[in-house]
Design a protein around this ligand. Structure first.
Ligand code: CO
Length: 297
């Protein structure tokens, strides 16, 4: 990896860590998650980075892909498990970090942090998907909790926020081995007992897939924006309201979804409504791994 690229990964990671530190002061019951999301967006830009995806603020049995809608009135409540997944990038080099906030002590939250630490400890060149999955599932079991079986970690690359292979959080016999300088994100999702997520109806996050002819002028403009301004990285529906009228946005997104010009990210929920905690860091694989998204004091 060139030094310039390494520096950009480190900078993007440290932006997410600093944003986490700053928003931690405002997290409390009664906080509107739309205000929190706007604050995250502002802080990322202020620190000289761009969002790699809209901040996910997913509460309790909602696992991921919830980002506030335009005018969202939802507030954090006492005892909620609030998963905050933040992505920032510098010229396409991404830091991806998640943590869970709860106004009360919570054993799932603690377990998710411990499981992530255990997994990070085994990261070095040559580590396999099997070793990572086994470590995560066993470490969850040791603490009397389970994992979300169908959510995984992933690799990162320039403007690629979820690259292959998927890094399973369960035992498996996949022999893929990571090399020095691979950039990976580990993100165990922890529940009482092993669980699954499924798509729910709501979509607030989209991503450019391919050029397609569409009739509505706003649809063409949004598609161009998704491609050129967001560089095929995910974006939030609410971001579009700065430039387009609400009616046109809904119409355009429907057209673009129908012709598969855009990928949609439906909100993911645990099938039995089991509450979930999540912890995530971005790691550059080496003998002494660099955890880019951890705050350096
Ligand atoms: Co991630």
């Amino acid at each position: 990896m060139e030094k310039e690229v390494l520096d950009k990964y480190k900078k993007a990671g440290s932006v997410t860590a600093e944003v986490r530190q700053e928003i931690s002061k405002m997290l409390k019951p009664g906080l509107k998650i739309l205000d929190l999301a706007n604050r995250v967006d502002d802080l990322i830009e202020k620190k000289g980075a761009k969002p790699a995806f809209p901040v996910n603020i997913s509460i309790n049995e909602v696992a991921a892909h919830y980002t506030p809608s335009f005018g969202d009135t939802k507030e954090i409540e006492e005892g909620n498990l609030v998963k905050i997944d933040i992505g920032a990038h510098i010229d396409g080099y991404i830091g991806d970090m998640a943590f869970t906030y709860c106004s009360q002590p919570n054993h799932l939250l603690k377990a998710s942090e411990k499981v992530l630490e255990k997994a990070i400890k085994i990261i070095k060149p040559g580590v396999s998907l099997a070793e990572i999955g086994t470590t995560i599932e066993n470490s969850a079991k040791d603490q009397g909790v389970g994992v979300i079986v169908n959510l995984t970690g992933h690799t990162l690359d320039k403007y690629v926020f979820h690259g292959p292979p998927s890094i399973l959080n369960v035992k498996n016999d996949l022999d893929h081995r990571f090399k020095e300088w691979d950039v990976i994100a580990l993100e165990p999702f922890i529940t009482e007992t092993n669980g699954h997520v499924k798509n729910s109806g709501t979509v607030e996050i989209y991503r450019y897939l391919m050029d397609r002819p569409v009739r509505l002028m706003e649809a063409r403009n949004i598609l161009a924006m998704a491609r050129d301004e967001y560089h095929s990285l995910p974006f939030a529906k609410r971001w579009l309201y700065k430039k387009f009228s609400p009616i046109k946005v809904s119409l355009a997104l429907r057209q673009l979804g129908a012709v598969e010009a855009l990928e949609t990210y439906p909100v993911l929920k645990e099938v039995e409504n089991k509450p979930i905690a999540q912890s995530e860091h971005t790691i550059i694989v080496m003998d002494k791994p660099i955890i880019t998204t951890r705050l350096v004091e």
